[in-house]
Design a protein around this ligand. Sequence first.
Ligand code: SF4
Length: 288
Amino acid sequence: MIKVEIDKASGFCFGVVNAIESAERELRHADSLYCLGDIVHNSLEVQRLQSMGLCTIDHMDLQNLRNTTVLLRAHGEPPSTYSLANTNQIKIIDATCPVVLRLQKRIHKCYRDSLSNRNQIVIYGKKGHAEVNGLVGQTEGNAIVIEKLEDICKLDFSKNIDLFSQTTMPLEGFRDIEKAIKQQILCGVQFRSYDTICRQVANRLPGIKKFASEHDWIYFVAGEKSSNGKMLFKECLKANPNSVFISSSREINSGLPSNIRNVGVCGATSTPKWLMEEVAVRILELND
Ligand code: SF4
């Protein structure tokens, strides 16, 4: 008999829970609600909320809306979004994660304080990611985004540097960049680095490695757009080569090899619990 275990530590982080609860609360007394961007990087959870009246829009759509209500998701938004909403008389339900909001304020303050010194504000993150756009917006678009170690060649080591990170980037990557800048910064030039990686994600790394290594087979469940999902899945694969990335239970079409007795189901911070439960049921159905 095959055994299936769902990782208790997987699933929504509190920022995502808060955004979804804000949407559900509003939809209890409104027929529909606009959300700027996918509320969570999981298409099945988005579909569930759409069936309740949530309508995902982009920034172009926002420009054409008037006198309505729009929810801002956990990733946060740049100041220009709030100004546009104000101009178009749009009521904002702000579900920006408190951790992201604090980071935005911190970057904004650092930018204002160092304007006269023309410090370089550097953000380690994914270019074009919604959270990063919100962070860059705190610096009037002046922050330099670096995605990987090699990108530090864009920096001027004769000018002060303040380094921040997108909340969901890997800690290891941040440490490498920090170290490389320290080595190259010119004598007498100021370098300050702020580890702003959210531990809701970073702390899942050791846990998921352990979980993956304790099972014969792993189904890792996440949306294809989830950067946190991609990162955690990589760790699963390292710990257990029998790890498979899926986005829905429908992707499992056959039973497992007969030597597999012990299956683990885990996921990203954007993976709903109900989806992991569906996957567990599917595994049991196909391996009865
Ligand atoms: S990962 Fe952390 S910062 Fe990002 S939404 Fe979740 S709790 Fe907030």
